[in-house]
Design a protein around this ligand. Structure first.
Ligand code: HMG
Length: 359
């Protein structure tokens, strides 16, 4: 109402019911650490982690990696490679595929593992057409020789092209975009990458049991499903995205988690097709087979609780969340329940200081 837009455009036209916004003491690091803590709680020995990659396009520091904060708060060993990885929303997939190759080369230590954190908070300028497609979330994944969620298959289709559909100049927090061009290129890139995937794999579309899509807004994923997989029902994979909005690097993996958390039927042995798209642009269609023990490493109840625990805020409050964070400030305590046990407490000369809090 405050933007003078019919709410049906948001709910039906774009397919978004709610969108996640974050108070000043949460950022890509705090939500990323929470996800990473859960992921490593499922492995026997965190000293097996030899590489940490943080995939994001909403970093606040163009030099120091967000991954270093994760490494610190998780108490990982010092002889561990740690860095950030960027290519718009494709960065989570870039990290995943690099991790796959890394693990494949570990012949001396078969327990070697890679921790990937995909974390983004997406902001567009207030009042622009992109505003209702903001959002944010973090997903953490462990890559190892013994996959317990998804066994990646060794073929994929990739499509890269240089295009000005979405970008974020270094001086600003807010993304710039050409909405129509981006939606067109999302679909065109799916067509090309899917064609290559089909050729490489020798599979037919009927051998793909489910699909998960990068979801900048739910209608985009529905259009993709309708155009390229006419038989497809993707409702379950879109439940979280419809409630948190675009989570960029995390979005495709949030779609997989949404499918796992809401599917009544057993997914073991099913092939999931995964479409990753990052503006600029790089797209990849790949697939994986759901592992038999996938339920033992899922956090379904906790994930659902995280969504229901959120509180609705007023439009005026939302607007205060949109203002840029100052270069020097103590972050005020908020009454909002934090996502995890790390909060941003201060920014000194642009440097972020985090605190461990009790839950
Ligand atoms: P817009 O111009 O505000 O909306 O842009 P529109 O006029 O295109 O309308 C959207 C839909 O709502 C249309 O349906 C309308 O008919 C319908 P469609 O024709 O598409 O089926 N509509 C209504 N329905 C019911 N009741 C009504 C009503 N009014 C209209 N009253 C857009 C929408 C999503 C393009 C805009 O929000 C935007 O530009 N968002 C940001 C860019 C984006 O998300 N692009 C997606 C592809 S690019 C990508 O995925 C990469 C990205 O994640 C970034 C990265 O890689 O890092 C973004």
């Amino acid at each position: 109402m405050r933007r003078d837009v019919d709410y049906r455009k948001y709910c039906e036209g774009i397919g978004q019911i709610q969108m996640a916004v974050f108070p000043q003491n949460e950022d890509i690091v705090t939500i990323g650490i929470d996800a990473a803590q859960k992921a490593i709680s499922k492995i026997k020995d965190k000293n097996d982690i030899d590489l940490v990659m943080f995939a994001t396009e909403s970093t606040f520091d163009l030099s120091k990696s967000a991954a270093i904060y994760v490494h610190h708060f998780l108490g990982l060993k010092p002889n561990c490679r740690v860095f950030d990885i960027k290519q718009a929303c494709y960065s989570g997939t870039a990290a995943l595929q690099m991790a796959y190759s890394f693990i494949d080369t570990r012949t001396l230590n078969s327990n070697s593992k890679v921790l990937i954190i995909a974390s983004d908070i997406v902001k567009y300028s207030p009042g622009t057409s992109g505003e209702p497609t903001q959002g944010g979330a973090a997903v953490a994944m462990i890559m190892s020789k013994n996959a317990r969620t998804l066994l990646l298959e060794p073929f994929s289709g990739i499509y890269t092209c240089d295009i000005a559909d979405f970008w974020r100049p270094a001086a600003t927090n807010e993304a710039k975009f050409d909405g129509r061009l981006s939606a067109h290129n999302y679909l065109k890139s799916l067509e090309y990458s899917l064609k290559e995937y089909m050729y490489e794999s020798g599979l037919t579309k009927t051998e793909i049991d489910y699909n998960c899509f990068h979801t900048p807004f739910c209608k985009m994923a529905r259009k993709a499903a309708k155009q390229y997989f006419p038989y497809e029902n993707i409702d379950k994979s879109l439940i979280y995205a419809s409630l948190v909005g675009n989570s960029c690097s995390a979005s495709l993996y949030l779609s997989l988690i949404s499918l796992i958390d809401h599917s009544e039927s057993d997914l073991s042995g099913k092939r999931i097709g995964m479409y990753s798209y990052g503006s600029g642009s790089v797209a990849e269609y790949f697939s994986g087979i759901v592992a038999d023990e996938y339920k033992s490493v899922s956090f379904s109840d906790d994930n659902k609780k995280k969504i229901t625990d959120r509180i609705e805020i007023s439009f005026d409050k939302y607007e205060t969340f949109c203002s840029p964070t100052p270069f020097n400030c103590k972050i005020e305590e908020t009454s909002y329940k934090n996502i995890g046990n790390i909060t941003l407490s201060e920014i000194k000369n642009g440097y972020r200081i985090y605190n461990l809090t009790t839950l």
